[in-house]
Design a protein around this ligand. Structure first.
Ligand SMILES: [Zn+2]
Length: 374
């Protein structure tokens, strides 16, 4: 009788949480990681061949939009996340207090593991403009909803772009900060083109809060108009504020990212902001977004850490984003596809790279997922 249900053999394992990068086999039993050991030492009823592949913890996308039925930005989680290597996604504010129940029902029908940030607007994001009415950002309803669903709701989301908030910028931002404070959770801020200096936004954020779209092309980016990383961004990072990529349709600029990386300001988390406006390009999926950071010179292990262990540490399930024995058995096999790939950013700038990460097999809770691989 075999000791394990499944062994993933012959791959190169990268588990940044353990500082591991090397040839290992990974054994799974009862839906959990059971062992990571030297090749050929683990017996199982079933094996998955990972020859020529990277074997990493299932990818975690800290910023995605999977409210397929309730938001124009939504995409189906299993088709766009799970089958492309993202075993865990965080829906970043597609639902607010009055629509959360609908999103929760939709998520119950998906195999992707999904957590969510609750929008400070009670209506969530059916389309742009969710804060144009000053009554929609509602602290009490947000706090109550989060308190009732702490297993899935991990924070508050606010968007500060003019087309989203209109005249309610200050009110929306203050209420989002207050709701996060009262609920005891982080706030994720989308600052793009806000009618408020980036320095003023950064100064209000507390340890654990998250700046998404950190390399967006507007002046409300971590990089100022002269190409210098804001002093306040370094200060915010020192006190524990996190910086997330959130690629999306128009929220990622190669040039901003290059400037920031050159000044020692790498993102804490690499996320796709996958939504209906970028799933067919320019973001495509999380492995493509990660590939852009390989192109920009970030080391492979650092890229993997920013889409596994780093976001995993923010989630309420122990071991997500790692291959630690006892962790949920979420694993992805990635091919480092070689060739000539044209990558496009949110400002429609192009860069040519020599490799692209592609998920070729996915394991979720110990089960091999069907329909993976291009
Ligand atoms: Zn988003």
């Amino acid at each position: 009788m075999s000791a394990y249900d499944l062994v993933i053999r012959h791959g190169t394992v990268i588990d940044p949480s353990a500082g591991l990068h090397g040839r290992r086999d990974v054994a799974i039993a009862g839906g959990r990681i059971a062992a990571v050991a030297e090749p050929g030492t683990l017996e199982a009823a079933r094996s998955l061949d990972a020859s020529g592949r990277l074997v990493t913890p299932g990818l975690i996308d800290l910023h995605a939009h999977v409210f397929d039925r309730g938001s124009r930005f939504g995409v189906p989680a299993d088709a766009c996340c799970l089958r492309r290597g993202t075993t865990t996604a965080v829906d970043a504010g597609s639902a607010g207090a009055i629509t959360w129940g609908l999103l929760a029902d939709e998520l119950d029908r998906q195999a992707t593991r999904v957590f969510a940030l609750l929008h400070i607007s009670m209506i969530g994001m059916p389309a742009d403009g969710e804060l144009l009415d000053g009554d929609w950002p509602d602290v009490s309803r947000a706090v109550e909803t989060i308190a009732a669903h702490r297993d899935r709701l991990i924070g508050v989301k606010v968007r500060l772009s003019p087309r989203v908030v209109g005249a309610n910028l200050q009110r929306a931002f203050e209420r989002a900060l207050e709701a996060a404070q009262r609920a005891g959770v982080p706030l994720m801020v989308h600052p793009n083109a806000a009618a408020m200096p980036m320095e003023a936004i950064l100064e209000r954020l507390r340890p654990g809060d998250i700046v998404t779209h950190c390399f967006n092309p507007s002046p409300q980016s971590v990089v100022d108009g002269c190409g210098t990383v804001h002093r306040e961004a370094f200060e915010a990072r020192r006190r524990g504020v996190l910086f997330d990529v959130g690629h999306g349709a128009g929220s990622f600029s190669f040039e901003r990212a290059e400037r920031a990386l050159a000044q020692g300001f790498a993102p804490d988390v690499i996320s796709s902001d996958l939504n209906s406006l970028c799933v067919d390009g320019p973001a495509w999926d999380l492995p493509c977004t990660m590939s852009k950071f390989l192109l920009l010179g970030l080391a492979l292990d650092d890229v993997v850490a920013r889409a596994t262990a780093r976001p995993g540490a923010l989630l309420p399930v122990e071991g997500l984003g790692t291959l630690r024995p006892g962790a949920p058995a979420d694993v992805v096999l990635l091919e480092r596809r070689q060739g000539r790939f044209e990558f496009i950013d949110g400002a429609r700038q192009r860069r040519t790279g020599g490799e692209r990460l592609v998920a070729t097999a996915v394991v979720r809770d110990g089960h091999v997922v069907d329909g993976v691989g291009a």
